[in-house]
Design a protein. Structure first.
Length: 157
């Protein structure tokens, strides 16, 4: 198990990033809490950091500063951060979302995270897929890329 591996490696515990409510591509926080994980940090835009400590005296982990506000540096239009952890994200972003954005005359910036360092400095803890609109986090739900779902999820100004 992950806990056994952490013990063997001399780690202080294991962590998980979850949604405070059900979020796409995120672990089930309710189940993890039943497995004796504890919430050690919550973000105002819906993410929680959970820990299951091996060493009870260890410091609590924290989110990196880059994710604390739920905002990305680009404040105009759509910005998506993604990685190859899901085989479908590249297609949905570079085909479906591009078409959806063009149809609405929205600027779209696509940022593919290709290294652990890039993922760890991203403005979102959800690096499989995160969409921002005018600088604000919107969703981890990749179905937003589809024209038929976009307006239900993204509230345009």
């Amino acid at each position: 198990s992950a806990l056994d591996d952490a013990k063997e490696q001399g780690k202080d515990g294991i962590i998980a990033i979850v949604g405070s409510k059900k979020m796409h591509f995120m672990a089930d926080g309710k189940w993890l809490l039943r497995q004796e994980f504890e919430i050690v940090q919550s973000l105002p835009y819906g993410f929680e950091l959970l820990v299951k400590k091996i060493n009870p005296d260890a410091e609590n982990p924290t989110f990196k500063e880059s994710v604390l506000t739920g905002e990305c540096p680009d404040k105009k239009g759509l910005v998506v951060y993604y990685s190859d952890r899901c085989p479908y994200t590249d297609y949905h972003i570079n085909v479906s979302l591009k078409e959806t954005a063009q149809k609405r005359n929205l600027p779209l910036k696509v940022i593919k995270l290709t290294s652990a360092e890039e993922a760890q400095s991203a403005p979102t803890p959800a690096t499989i897929f995160s969409l921002f609109y005018n600088g604000k986090f919107v969703t981890t739900d990749i179905s937003v890329c589809m024209d038929s779902r976009f307006d239900k999820i993204v509230k345009l100004d």
